[in-house]
Every structure is written in C-alpha cells, then in structure tokens.
Design a protein around this ligand. Structure first.
Ligand code: SF4
Length: 446
C-alpha cells in the first residue's frame, strides 16, 4: 500500500524552501502521494527518510526497456487503470512469432515481411515492434542460428522464447548487445534464467500457471536480486487472460501490490488473422504491455495498430500537427492557398483531398491547439481576429504572388473580418473536405 500525503509529509524536512518546484513540503508530499512528483526532486530528504519513502513512493509499475540503441521498446510505468483518469504512457509492443524450425529462406522472408510492414496514417508510421523467435525445434543450435539470422536481418526488438536455460544462454549471448526479452523463467528453471538475464542485462519474462503461482515465482526472482521483469500468468484462454491482466493491473495500481508492479505479456492463440487481431485487441485494451502474435496480415494488423493508437492517445490532448505553411506538390507563386486547423485528423483529411486535385497548393495548418475547424471557430481560435494578423505577417506572403485565401465553407462568417485584418481576398471553399476536388475543378481550373 502507498503512503498518504500526510504520512509522507512527516518524513520531509518541512522547511518549505520550494526547490522541489512546489511552494511547500506539504504540497510536495501530496504530489508524491498522487504520483505527480518523484522523491529525487527534494535534495534535502535525509537518508533515513529516503529509505523509508523510496519504495513507498516508487511508481506502481516498473518501467522496463527491451532492446538497445535506437530500437528500444519501453513498457510498463502505467499509473492508472482507465485512460480517462490520466493517460496511458507506453503503447503495447506488438511482436510476431517465428519458429526456429523454418528454413533460412523462410526466416528471411518472414523477417522481411515483418520489417516491411509500414503504414502511414495521419502523419504517423505504424510498424511492428519486434520479432519473437521460438525454440520450436527444442535444439539449442537451431535456436541460436535462427536468432542470429533474425538479428542479422532486422533491427527490430527481439524476444527469445525457450524454457531451456542452455539454449537461452547460447542464443542470448549471441545477441547480448540487442538486450532481447528472455521468455521465460518458470518454477523449474528460474534460477538459471535469472543468471542468464543478469549476465547480459536483459529483461526476463516470468511465467506462472496462474496468478498465485506467478506471485510466488516473482517474489523468488526478485529475491535473487533481479527486477527487470515482464509477467505472464500462463493463461491462454482469452477471457481468462483478460481477467488475469485486469487483476494484475488493479492490484499494482489500486493496492500498490509490488509483486505485480511490472509490465505484462500475452500470447494470441487464434489461428485465423482476423480472429487473432481481435484477440490481440482485447489484450491491447486491457492491459498487456506486449502481445506476441503469429500472423502478420496487413489488414488485420492495421486495425489492431489503429486501435492501439486510439487507446494510447492522451484523452486530454488533441493530436496536432506542427502549425505552419505546408507545400503540397511542386508549388509555384501562383499556387492556391488553403487554410485549415492543426488538428491532425482535419489537417490530413484536407491535405489528402488537396493532393487529389493534382494542383500544387499551399495548405496552412493554423494553430488552434489541435482543435477541429468548427470547435476552434466556436472557441474563438479560428476566427478573423486570430487568423488575420497572423496571415498579414506570415511568410506565405513571400511564397505566392497573389493574396487569395481559401477557407473552409463552415466558417464563411469569418470572411469579412479576416479580409479587413489581413488584406487578403478570402474565397469560401466547400463545407466538407470531400468537396475540394470539385471546388478546385470549378473555381481553380484543376
Ligand atoms: S525541496 Fe524538500 S524541503 Fe524544500 S519545499 Fe520541497 S520538499 Fe520541502
């Protein structure tokens, strides 16, 4: 259980010096208790108080890193059960499983398929995070060769799946610099698996047969001095996995049960790609940190990754693009100039439609703090009084030889004030982005 703000306050220096970023020790204690501050922000905590407070004020779930260099997957460190309470911080890593019984050519083809999966959507790239190599052969040499072949062909994050400590040690040592996830320590092998994990400094997955056996095993592994852990209750039936993931999240966040204060891993079992993607969506929603799948079907993965993006979007922060003037196509001084807001979805919808006109154009993403056109207009952020002065001084004036601005039809009412304050002629465009093509044909000769 975590300490209350008052319990923490009793251990603080009570000098109210403000160096921690808040004016009083009491305010700092409250921030610590709610997870909004860290103990290191106060330089004056005594050693005895630090010892007493450190474990009580540590985040409820440990941050674990899988991978190395430019390709590191951070998982865990979540602070809430429901995203609307705050936000979720570290999106579920999606791994595709590959058996070491495949031929060299088959491994190469599958790795290329995984690496080649890149989908661009609203300005972001959706990719698969990692490759999980399974010791399906039961042979340590085959496993090591397969792991090396995968590591040579891709810089994706790696997970090594074997319960044989000797096979794990050989394969993990070969790719030690990649800091792969080692799966899994069980009741039968955990001492040796901890040794391997310690030796290469890689995170270790711990698998129980149910939550009780998992809790016992985690305590034993932690007792050996290793805490870079990822937890698996061992269940594979969707409803039971969901129940276990939910229990672990609730116990770690609400009860501060340290034994389950680690990220989690789940494995899909559905054979067909759509069923598997649905099963993975359940685990992404609640509350897997990594999901290991078998299929890399593009349509199924696209829905899964879109879902993941939605779950891990900060509900209090609209997704926005950088405000500014964007060129679409080979623009010239005669190119038309459109304006919209910097809400990602709006911007990319309009940009796609402008591109479809095949008429090189400028598109202004006006800073509305990520609000859509009508919301920003209603909130006074997309109005003549805001856009006019900005437009007058904008560098778009140097880029084009005309002063004609196309505004969304829904905010036609801003035309007069915008013209007065900018000196530009304002042309009212279509209400919906879908009307841009016909608008451009009729009005711009596209
Ligand atoms: S830095 Fe420490 S002593 Fe100073 S106000 Fe913050 S908690 Fe109190």
């Amino acid at each position: 259980m975590g300490l209350t703000g008052l319990e923490i306050f009793k251990q603080l220096p009570k000098t109210n010096c403000g160096e921690c970023g808040v004016p009083t020790c009491l305010a700092f204690a409250m921030a610590l208790a709610s997870g909004k501050a860290t103990l290191s922000q106060c330089p004056y905590v005594s050693d005895a108080a630090r010892e007493a407070l450190e474990s009580a004020t540590a985040p409820p779930m440990r941050l674990v890193k899988v991978g190395a260099g430019d390709n590191v997957l951070e998982i865990g460190d979540e602070q809430v059960i429901f995203r609307h309470d705050k936000t979720f911080f570290h999106p579920t890593g999606i791994f595709i499983e590959l058996d070491d019984t495949l031929s060299a050519d088959e491994i190469a083809a599958k790795v290329d398929e995984i690496s080649g999966f890149v989908v661009e959507r609203v300005g972001e790239q959706y990719v698969i995070d990692g490759v999980a190599v399974k010791n399906a052969s039961g042979n340590a040499d085959s496993f090591k060769k397969a792991v090396e072949a995968v590591a040579d062909r891709t810089n994706k994050v790696l997970a090594l799946l074997t319960e044989d400590p000797a096979a794990m040690e050989a394969a993990a040592s070969a790719v030690a610099d990649r800091k792969p996830l080692l799966y899994a320590a069980t009741a039968d092998n955990y001492e040796k698996m901890v040794e391997v994990a310690k030796k290469i400094g890689a995170p270790l997955a711990v698998r129980g047969n149910d939550l009780n056996s998992l809790a016992e095993l985690v305590d034993k592994v932690v007792g050996l001095g290793y805490k870079e852990l990822v937890l698996d209750s061992g269940e594979r039936q969707t409803s039971k996995v969901l129940a276990d993931l939910t229990q672990m999240r609730r116990l770690s966040i609400k009860k501060r049960f340290r034994t389950f204060g680690y990220p989690t891993i789940a494995f899909t079992t559905e054979e067909d790609a759509v069923g598997e993607a649905l099963q993975a969506q359940v685990y992404v929603s609640k509350f897997a940190s990594i999901v290991v799948m078998k299929n890399a079907s593009e349509p199924a993965l696209l829905t899964l990754l879109t879902w993941r993006r939605n779950i891990y979007t900060d509900p209090q922060k609209p997704i926005a693009v950088q405000p500014g003037v964007y060129a679409i196509g080979d623009v010239t001084p005669d190119s038309p100039v459109y304006i919209t807001t910097n809400f990602s979805l709006t911007y990319y919808t309009v940009a796609t439609e402008v591109e479809a006109t095949r008429l090189p154009s400028y598109l202004i993403a006006f800073d509305t703090d990520g609000l859509s056109v009508m919301t920003a207009w209603a909130g006074g952020k997309f109005v003549g009084e805001e856009i006019g002065p900005w437009l007058k001084d904008s560098d778009i004036n140097e880029k084009v030889s005309h002063k004609k601005l196309i505004i969304p039809g829904g905010v036609a009412a801003i035309k007069g004030k915008l013209e007065d304050l900018s000196g530009w002629e304002v042309i009212v465009g279509p209400r919906e982005a879908s009307g841009i093509t016909s608008f451009a044909k009729l009005r711009l000769g596209a």
